[in-house]
Structure formats: C-alpha cells, structure tokens
Design a protein around this ligand. Structure first.
Ligand code: ATP
Ligand code: MG
Length: 250
C-alpha cells in the first residue's frame, strides 16, 4: 500500500482535480484506491458526488467518535473515499500544537484494512495542520503547479517544508514529481516558465503536462472524472498519460 499526497500551498493549482482523475483512472485499471479529502473546503468530496455536510468525515475519526473504517464511502467499483468539510477548520483551530500533532492522520490510517493499492490524499492550499499530517504519513508526494510566476515562486518554500518533515517525522517521504497543470500551450510566458522548471528540477518534472481545457472544469462541475465525462478529450489523454508515468515512478 502506497500513500501519495498531492500538495501545493497555493490555491487553484489543480490538486483536487489531479487526485480525482488519477484515482479514477487507476481504479479502472483494477487498482484498489482510497482517496482522503484533507481539505475543509471538501471539494474532492463534492467532486466525488457526495453531499459534504451529510456524510461522516475524517474529523469524526480525529475526534474519536468513529473508527476510520466506518467513514469510508464507496464511490465506484475499486474507488473508496473519506470525506471532509468545515468541521475540520474548527478541529484544527482548537488542536493543541503538542508534540505528535503531525501524526494524527498517520495513526488513523494505521487502522485501515490493508486492502488498498494506493491511498491518495488531497491537501488544502496551505502549509497547515492538514498538509503536515499528509506529509507525515505519505510515502510519495505529487506537487501540482501552474507554469506561472507566483506559482513557481512558492515551490522553494514547499520543498523546504517537505525536507523538514522528512528529517523530523517521516524519513520515507519522497517527491515523486512535479506536474504542470492548466498549461496554456500557446502562451509564450507559460512555455518560458515550463523551460525554467525543467532546467531547475530536471527529472522531477513529469513529462506529461496537463493542458488547460474547459472540459476538465465541466467534468468537475458535473462531479465526474474527465474520463467518465469525455473519454476522448485532451484532458482524458493527459491524465491517462500522467497515470502511466506515475506508475513507472512508484
Ligand atoms: N486542466 C485544467 N483546465 C482547466 N481548468 C482546470 C484544469 N484543472 C483544474 N481546473 C479548474 O481549476 C480550478 C482549480 O482546480 P482544483 O480545485 O483542482 O485546484 P486545487 O489546487 O485543488 O484548489 P484549492 O487550492 O482551492 O484546493 C477548478 O475550477 C478546476 O475545475
Ligand atoms: Mg483542492
């Protein structure tokens, strides 16, 4: 069982979209997948077709009200999900920053039946309680990133946080790769930033680039993966290619 966290402290870099699509595509390849929404916005929960205010969440587990296996919801054949909602903001607000606070998710995941090939964790746009807990338990990290100045700037802070958690809490932590998302191929500036990223991070940048396409927004809006929404779209092709590249890297 491999645990993969999809992170970027910047908002709107396609973390949730990437978790939703990679997990769906791999579940279609007969991999047993669990997704965990660690973002109190609950976007992955909504995108998975669930009503985030009406389902049990990971916070019920953190509070000791439920066992983690009781909050797992089946989405389709090989794909299960653990939800999140605003309750987690309240929870993390009152959480004492005592030693071990980065390991709350890790101890919850310990109790999961070991039937999954991959667990994908969707992180919020912050280096906060939720992201640190995801980094504390993950084996691998995928960073999603737009090829834009403000996005590229934040990457060194992110890498510093990852290194800190690796040294302190989780020596297994490995960056599997950085994926460029919402890429506008016809924009010179985006191509320049892409080249810059490749020069700087070399093999860490996935060869697959996820193109900017309205179909992906529409699929999210319809609470479907892009493959279910439009199998022949560029968005499908890109996420299928990314899933293949990911499998080679793990
Ligand atoms: N390849 C794409 N092309 C066009 N739109 C996209 C693409 N990927 C994601 N989007 C859209 O961009 C927005 C942000 O995507 P998403 O919610 O996945 O990002 P996020 O990093 O999870 O955001 P947050 O930081 O708020 O959690 C959404 O409206 C989504 O539909
Ligand atoms: Mg998100």
């Amino acid at each position: 069982m491999k645990i993969i966290a999809v992170i970027n402290q910047k908002g709107g870099e396609a973390k949730t979209t990437t978790v939703r699509n990679l997990s769906y595509i791999l579940s279609q390849k007969k991999k047993k997948i669990l997704t965990i929404d660690m973002d109190s916005q609950g976007n992955l929960t909504t995108n998975s077709g669930l009503l985030k205010r009406e389902v049990p969440t990971i916070v019920d587990v953190f509070n000791g009200n439920k066992n983690i296996n009781e909050v797992i919801i089946n989405i389709n054949n090989n794909l299960d999900h653990i939800s999140n909602n605003m309750a987690m903001s309240d929870f993390s607000l009152f959480l004492e920053k005592s030693s071990g606070w980065t390991k709350i998710l890790k101890s919850a995941i310990n109790d999961i039946d070991k039937k999954y090939d991959y667990i994908f964790i969707d992180c919020p746009p912050a280096l906060d309680f939720a992201t640190y807990n995801a980094l504390g338990v993950a084996d691998g990290i995928i960073i999603t990133l737009q090829a834009e100045e403000n996005s590229v700037e934040g990457i060194s802070d992110l890498i510093r946080s990852i290194n800190m958690i690796r040294d302190k809490d989780n020596e297994n932590l490995e960056v599997l790769g950085i994926v460029i998302t919402k890429f506008k191929k016809s924009t010179n500036l985006q191509n320049q930033f892409k080249e810059l990223l490749i020069q700087h991070f070399d093999n860490l940048i996935f060869n697959t680039v996820i193109r900017d396409t309205i179909k992906i927004s529409e699929a999210n809006y319809n609470h479907k993966s892009i493959v279910e929404f439009d199998k022949n779209s560029n968005g499908s092709k890109d996420y299928i290619a990314l899933s293949k590249e990911l499998l080679k890297r793990i």
